[in-house]
Design a protein. Structure first.
Length: 256
């Protein structure tokens, strides 16, 4: 019997792990559980951060693309057909009406506002001088032609306006000239001088809190007309009609 017990003890001991080994196995098992737990908790954070970084990179790319600016100078006026209020009547104005004459597109945010009437009246006061230069003036806002009429009938100042007030409620002109504020549905204060061939020769675009000067615009239109009629000559700073111009050449380099 004693020998049988010894045999059973040895067999049992053969399959029972030593105490030291059991502790190591338990420790390793617990470490693996802790690592798995940490990975489970942290992994979504890294994945989310990676997704945000990727999304941000895409947004940066999109913003870079959307804010890339191209010049409108010497480009052709887009085709358009809009309604206007002019001299007590509703009329239709198209790009065909521009052919063969100088024109100014004078964009402003909205009727019944504050800075806008001061600008429009300033232009109205100079309208005869623009006409004498062969220039037609078109004011443009995203209001309808009905609103233009209502403003014209209501405001003593706006009643001075004799030039066509173009209605651009769909934004075809505002977007075509690149002055549309999409989130507001109105245009920036943009001024575009167009030559008889329908090419944009002068551009001014500014924030809607800053009013423009019709007198300065007259000077610039005169300069645009002069250089158009006198190839090879250019107008220096502050040039006024009748003043001397410049004829760029190698002889003039470094002498101004």
């Amino acid at each position: 019997m004693g020998s049988e017990m010894c045999i059973r003890d040895r067999a049992t001991a053969k399959h029972r792990p030593e105490r030291g080994k059991s502790t190591i196995i338990d420790f390793n098992y617990n470490c693996i559980n802790i690592i798995n737990l940490i990975y489970t908790k942290i992994s979504p954070i890294f994945v989310s951060a990676k997704r945000k970084k990727t999304k941000a990179a895409k947004n940066i790319h999109i913003n870079k693309t959307s804010t890339a600016m191209t010049s409108i100078i010497n480009s052709t006026v887009p085709e358009f057909k809009v309604q206007a209020y002019h001299n007590g009547k509703f009329v239709t104005v198209t790009n065909e009406d521009l052919k063969g004459k100088w024109a100014i597109f004078f964009f402003y945010p909205a009727d019944f506002t504050f800075v806008c009437p001061t600008e429009l009246v300033d232009m109205a006061d100079k309208y005869d001088r623009f006409k004498a230069m062969g220039v037609e003036l078109y004011s443009v806002s995203t209001d309808t032609h009905f609103v233009h009429k209502a403003w014209h009938d209501t405001s003593e100042s706006i009643r001075k306006i004799n030039y066509p007030m173009l209605a651009d409620p769909t934004g075809v002109l505002s977007r075509g000239f690149g002055v549309m504020i999409e989130e507001e549905g109105v245009a920036y204060r943009g001024t575009f001088v167009v030559n008889p061939e329908g090419k944009v020769k002068l551009v001014e675009i500014q924030d809607n809190s800053i009013g423009r000067n019709a007198e300065e615009l007259l000077r610039k239109v005169a300069a645009a007309q002069f250089v158009e009629a006198h190839p090879g000559e250019v107008c220096p700073a502050k040039w006024q009609q009748g003043a001397e111009t410049l004829k760029p050449s190698i002889d003039l380099v470094g002498k101004i």
